[in-house]
Write a protein that binds this ligand. Structure first.
Ligand SMILES: Cc1cc2nc3c(=O)[nH]c(=O)nc-3n(C[C@H](O)[C@H](O)[C@H](O)COP(=O)(O)OP(=O)(O)OC[C@H]3O[C@@H](n4cnc5c(N)ncnc54)[C@H](O)[C@@H]3O)c2cc1C
Length: 526
């Protein structure tokens, strides 16, 4: 039992068979927006086409990786079949990036309104959150975006044969869906990943939310425990806190956002503390019991024990690859609990079958699903030799402030035995950040010592996700930090922090010897 919200539970008992083919958990409540979503992404009256005798490409899974592969390959003239057993668009559109960013954008307004008085702007009536309206807005925008990923668009505009149903291999070059055989020259596994939950006694019985059900809520949980302090846990904790929940994050590790730069995580920890989010680090959930509608979380913090009482539990502790039911053995594709095994060209152990996105990548991001799909099109269909290891990978956690990163952390460089020099510019030195009272973050750029080659960077800023691309472009285009200092940046912008880091690097080149030479030249030309 994963769904606990009373209104959602009521809806799931509804006798209206609006979406009979789909697990109801993801498309509740049954309103016009979700009806549009389902009619675009899994129309109930859809009739699968007659399969072609052979496809250039059969794509299993229609999340970002599958859609990009199918659309790109069909656009280049390939005969493509796309197989999806749930909603086209996958996690990103339905239960991931899109709904989370919609909810976060509402919660940002709450955060901004709380800072307003310091800017001389007052809301005498205070800020009131209409949670059902926040969620209705999210559903409306998600349904609006869903046209782009619709079954009709893929079949009729892009010329992809769309098969709704569960795909499974019946041999090294055949997939079966709904009793029909799809023969292929090449196939792509793009079946993604799903939320996992820890085997804690009582958790399943008490009921919990995951990303697959939390966006179906229509009522705000008053007290919310978030299990796991990763990016999903942190983003949703702050959003729910700002929308009015009392939020407690339970994290086993000593730092939340454990992969992130420690200074960035510390800064976010301080923001969370100020906003009234309780963070319990080094804490283990040992069991869950219930008392009426209350859920009692039994926690262990070292030798200390504690009980936390909440109305809902949101689990965000990890992702498991969707490898089950595909009959990968018949296709001679090897996999493990971390996903499908691929080489640097994204080829599986069956050379006819490639993989893209969450099913095979450690970086579980939509932009990586998109990028790996593009690599697969070239490698699978056009004898390409594009390598995943050549990618420069940025990402962003959409808290407020955002934490964006690209390339190596200091610890990665250390592990590889590469000496780095780090240039850090706090936003308290950047005019635009000062004018916007956003002085807390920083830009931190690592270069290979003795050179200006950028190895990695972390930015903590209100829109760090927008800023990190400048560094990604520089890294991908082999533009050094010294040269970035000579790129004209508009004034005043927060991106000037990057130029200032470049200036700081260039100052290190002004050694006493160079300075002496300059001084002599200037004396001579006076
Ligand atoms: C709450 C949340 C927020 C996120 N926010 C961001 C963000 O802001 N930015 C970002 O970059 N990433 C974000 N992500 C990650 C992002 O959603 C994923 O990395 C991305 O969706 C992966 O795409 P994919 O195509 O590999 O897999 P998926 O989107 O999981 O698609 C796989 C598809 O395959 C289908 N499928 C599985 N098995 C079969 C089968 N046997 N037959 C037919 N179909 C099958 C599934 O139904 C699914 O539709 C977020 C994730 C979550 C959970």
């Amino acid at each position: 039992m994963q769904q606990t919200n009373p209104r959602v539970a009521d809806a799931s008992r509804s006798s209206i068979p609006l979406f009979p083919d789909i697990a109801l958990g993801e498309v509740l409540p049954l309103d016009e927006h979700n009806a549009t979503l389902v009619s675009n992404l899994h129309p109930r009256d859809w009739k699968n086409p007659e399969p072609a005798p052979r496809y250039n490409l059969v794509v299993l899974g229609a999340g970002t990786a599958g859609l990009v592969t199918a659309a790109g390959a069909a656009g280049l003239g390939a005969k493509v079949a796309l197989v999806e057993h749930h909603l086209l668009g996958g996690d990103c559109l339905n239960v991931g990036c899109v709904p989370s960013k919609c909810v976060i954008s509402s919660s940002r307004l709450v955060g901004d309104s709380r800072k307003a008085a310091a800017f001389g702007v007052r809301f005498p009536g205070g800020t009131e959150v209409d949670f059902p309206a926040v969620m209705a807005r999210m559903r409306r925008l998600r349904a609006h975006i869903s046209h782009h990923d619709s079954v009709q668009r893929f079949q009729h505009e892009l010329g992809v044969d769309v098969f709704l149903g569960t795909g499974r291999f019946t041999g090294p070059n055949t997939v079966e869906v709904g009793g029909k055989a799809l023969n292929f020259t090449r196939a792509v596994l793009a079946t993604g990943a799903r939320a996992t939950h820890p085997a804690v006694p009582g958790l399943a019985e008490a009921g919990f939310l995951t990303n697959e059900t939390v966006f179906s809520l229509t009522e705000l949980p008053k007290r919310l425990a978030v299990l796991g302090g990763g990016p999903i846990g942190c983003e949703l904790s702050q959003a729910f806190r700002r929308l009015g929940s009392e939020v407690t994050i339970i994290e086993m590790g000593a730092q939340f956002l454990s992969r992130e730069d420690p200074d960035a995580a510390a800064l976010l920890a301080e923001t969370f503390r100020r906003e009234g989010i309780t963070v319990k680090l080094g804490t283990t959930l040992t069991s869950v019991t219930t008392s009426g509608t209350d859920k009692l979380l039994h926690l262990e913090l070292g030798a200390q024990q504690e009980i936390l009482t909440v109305d809902a539990i949101l689990v965000g502790v990890g992702r498991a690859p969707n490898v089950e039911g595909l009959n990968l053995e018949a296709a001679q594709v090897q996999y493990s609990k971390t996903g499908v095994q691929v080489n640097d060209f994204l080829q599986t152990t069956n050379p006819l079958i490639y993989a893209a996105g969450d099913i095979c990548m450690g970086y579980k991001f939509t932009h990586i699903a998109d990028t790996t799909a593009r690599i697969v099109i070239q490698n699978a269909l056009f004898l390409g030799r594009k390598k995943v290891s050549a990618l420069t990978v940025p990402w962003c956690t959409y808290t407020d402030p955002e934490i964006a990163h690209v390339g190596m952390y200091e610890r990665d460089a250390e592990q590889k035995g590469i000496a780095v020099s780090t240039f850090t510019i706090p936003f308290s030195e950047v005019d635009r950040a000062i004018t916007e009272s956003e002085e807390e973050g920083f830009v931190k750029i690592h270069v290979k010592s003795g050179t200006d080659q950028i190895l990695g960077a972390t930015i903590v800023a209100s829109h760090a996700g927008e800023m990190i691309s400048e560094i990604s472009v520089a890294m991908a285009g082999r533009v050094g930090l010294g040269r970035l200092a000579n790129v004209v940046h508009p004034y005043p912008t927060q991106a000037e922090a990057i130029r200032k880091a470049g200036d700081a690097y260039n100052r290190t080149r002004l050694t006493p010897f160079v300075k002496k030479l300059f001084s002599r030249w200037l004396t001579w030309t006076r």
